[in-house]
Write a protein that binds this ligand. Structure first.
Ligand SMILES: [Zn+2]
Length: 322
């Protein structure tokens, strides 16, 4: 396999320095443009939802109304979406590792599969539907179909996009007003072109001590027939890294026709080298490395609230059957 450049993502994108907590003078909400005292700023508005783990990443320019009446609604969808990962990987949310319960079939509770992460770090699986679990003994892989309860994928995307909008530099907010409007509106049609309501998810071998959210900005201008998203968001929690690409600015949309361009999506290096990135940097140029693309890409464009199934693969060392 050809050796890929592990620095490639860093050649295209740079991490934005964040100094979002500084807020002198009258507080103004970046999402609704209202200032105090018209709107209050009394709730602690998290940049990274606490359901992804306890953290102190607070934003000063999100009012109580936007925080509690609009954005909090998206977070429960985000929680539903990520719950299988939390339970299987033992990721602690705000309180503890959540128990996963699949939806029942025809209202019969006995058809529910329950997965619990025990204090000893084991998973206790009570199978309600034998199709939920496949065991591949030869490859020591457990394939679990998580029958998720009802949720709207587009709300999962909105919850992620909102994290990005909180991290956006203040002077670039005006250029992304259409995205903020999309986040604030109940309607979910977002047909402006260059939209990628897709989340890329990969699972790493090690855990992050606390959740993180980083916004990267492209250093490279889009080419005549190729479009490089200006911003991409990378979030990390537990041993999960997830990435989304932010739709383009208003100026870009006014000047370009989406259908004439091909999108170039550069994935963060964790997706390509699902192994120790530092180690790769020390390798000799001629040394071949095994490039692994181990990630899932999940389309979040649907605004229909319905049950969705997610299939995840887990390697195991030992399995006790009862
Ligand atoms: Zn507001």
């Amino acid at each position: 396999m050809e050796k890929e450049d592990p620095e490639y993502f860093n050649k295209v994108y740079e991490l934005l320095k964040q100094n979002i907590n500084g807020n002198n003078g009258i507080k103004k909400c970046r999402f609704c443009d209202q200032s105090e005292p018209t709107v209050g700023f009394n709730t602690r508005a998290h940049i990274i939802p606490e359901l992804l783990g306890r953290n102190n990443r607070i934003t000063a320019d999100e009012c109580d109304t936007c925080n509690t009446r609009i954005f909090s609604a998206y977070e429960s969808h985000l929680a539903t979406f990520f719950r299988p990962y939390f339970t299987m990987l033992g990721v602690e949310g705000k309180k503890s590792v959540p128990v996963f319960q699949s939806r029942s079939i025809g209202g019969d509770n006995l058809t529910t599969t329950t997965i619990e992460y025990t204090n000893e770090g084991h998973r206790k699986i009570v199978i309600g539907n034998e199709n939920d679990i496949q065991i591949d003994d030869k490859n020591k892989t457990l394939i679990v179909t998580f029958r998720l309860p009802n949720h709207k994928p587009i709300f999962v995307y909105k919850a992620l996009l909102k994290i990005a909008m909180s991290l956006l530099p203040k002077n670039d907010v005006i250029e992304h007003k259409h995205i903020i409007e999309f986040l604030r509106k109940k309607e979910n049609n977002f047909i402006l072109g260059f939209q990628f309501p897709i989340v890329f998810i990969t699972v790493l071998g090690k855990k992050f001590a606390s959740p993180g959210a980083h916004l990267y900005r492209a250093k490279i201008e889009s080419e005549p027939d190729g479009y490089i998203p200006k911003y991409t968001l990378v979030i990390s929690f537990g041993n999960i890294v997830a990435q989304i690409f932010i739709p383009p600015s208003i100026s870009y949309l006014l000047q370009n026709k989406p259908k004439d361009k091909t999108a170039v999506l550069n994935l963060f290096h964790s997706f390509i080298y699902n192994i120790n990135y530092e180690k790769i940097k020390e390798l000799d140029d001629n040394e071949l490395i095994n490039v692994q693309y181990k990630f899932s890409s999940i389309n979040l464009s649907s605004s229909i609230s319905k049950p969705y199934d997610i299939k995840l693969y887990f390697k195991y060392d030992s399995l006790e059957k009862h």
